[in-house]
Design a protein around this ligand. Structure first.
Ligand code: PMV
Length: 327
């Protein structure tokens, strides 16, 4: 038996813009995907997941990824299909072909903007590698998880799997080596979940279509987001949370201009700002999911209490330095 833990993430700035090559800042947080891999006596890949409502979902395929059984609805198939791909690709990269059972126990709300599918894919790949007797090779895990992400949506930037694999806080640009950032000691990221799930793939596509339809109007927003993200790195490094907060607010409005906010997200963002957060914005794909507020220890309780009244859950995210690990 082998086990792997991979952290989820928040995108601090630059989501969506990162898909088209602008930089983004992301951070690993202390909500983990916990995956166990066991030898199977069948020539099959079987994946079992227990969701946050304690419902069990199972998918089973041949070694060639032909699905032979699944429980429940089409949604089970859709959610677990990428994980199947991550496991299969890991075996391909290691030149192994064998039956395997995967058990997923994730504490990350799915489709919420916290990179749940990426964290699970990363942990599934790492657990598979360990079970098959190989040392953890993060590059291979990344490559296998990237194939999984491509099923979730056609055009992934790779930021989610990078952060789940390597951890910490990074400045990420598609196709470039991520820059590790020193994190602020003062900054606290308080996340609040609207309770509404959102389909990342579809939303990314809608944004790209909007950009294609109105390039002269939308392209400047991308340039602005890129500049903002680079400046934010300095403010966070220098513990200038006042200016960091201003930029986060601008980032939220840029995402709003792309049609990504909702009444509920705006409500939470405005509550957080009113109660003394330095800044607040949606994070992840938008149209639901989560937002976060940048606070310090003086404003934490006030903002937390106000958000708790309106959000499905509120969580004080701790940044974790380590990426995926195996046991
Ligand atoms: O909603 P999430 O957590 O899957 O975040 C997606 C981030 C995007 O920038 C919207 C897409 C991407 O591939 O980077």
């Amino acid at each position: 038996m082998a086990r792997a833990l991979a952290p989820s993430k928040i995108i601090i700035a630059g989501e969506h813009f990162v898909v088209e090559g602008e930089p983004a800042i992301a951070s690993a947080i202390d909500l983990f995907a916990d995956v166990t891999a066991e030898e199977s006596y069948e020539n099959a890949i079987r994946i079992e997941s227990v969701d946050l409502d304690n419902r069990k979902h199972v998918i089973k395929s041949t070694l060639n990824e032909r699905i032979i059984d699944y429980t429940g609805k089409e949604k089970t198939k859709k959610t677990l299909r990428p994980i199947l791909r991550a496991v299969r690709k890991t075996m391909d990269f290691l030149n192994v072909n064998t039956g395997i059972d995967i058990y997923i126990n994730s504490k990350i709300p799915p489709s919420a903007g916290l990179g749940s599918s990426a964290a699970v894919a990363v942990a599934a790949s790492a657990a598979t590698m360990k079970l098959l007797g190989f040392e953890l090779n993060k590059e291979t895990v990344w490559k296998a998880a990237f194939e999984a992400e491509r099923i979730v949506h056609k055009n992934p930037s790779g930021i989610d799997i990078t952060i789940s694999t390597y951890g910490g806080m990074i400045l990420y640009k598609k196709g470039e080596k991520p820059v590790i950032l020193k994190r602020s000691e003062k900054a606290i990221f308080l996340i609040a979940y609207t309770g509404k799930r959102m389909p990342t793939g579809k939303i990314v596509e809608e944004v790209l279509n909007l950009k294609k339809s109105f390039p002269e109007i939308i392209n400047p927003l991308y340039i602005s987001a890129g500049a903002l993200t680079k400046k934010l790195v300095d403010y966070l490094k220098n513990e200038d949370l006042v200016n960091a907060g201003k930029l986060l607010n601008i980032n939220h409005e840029l995402l709003s201009a792309l049609g990504l906010s909702t009444f509920k997200i705006d409500l939470l963002v405005n509550i957080a700002r009113k109660k003394g957060a330095y800044g607040a914005k949606l994070t992840g794909a938008g149209k639901g999911g989560v937002m976060f507020a940048l606070v310090d220890k003086d404003s934490l309780e006030r903002v937390k209490e106000a958000l708790t009244k309106r959000a499905k859950f509120v969580y004080e995210a701790k940044i974790v330095d380590e990426g995926v690990k195996v046991f």
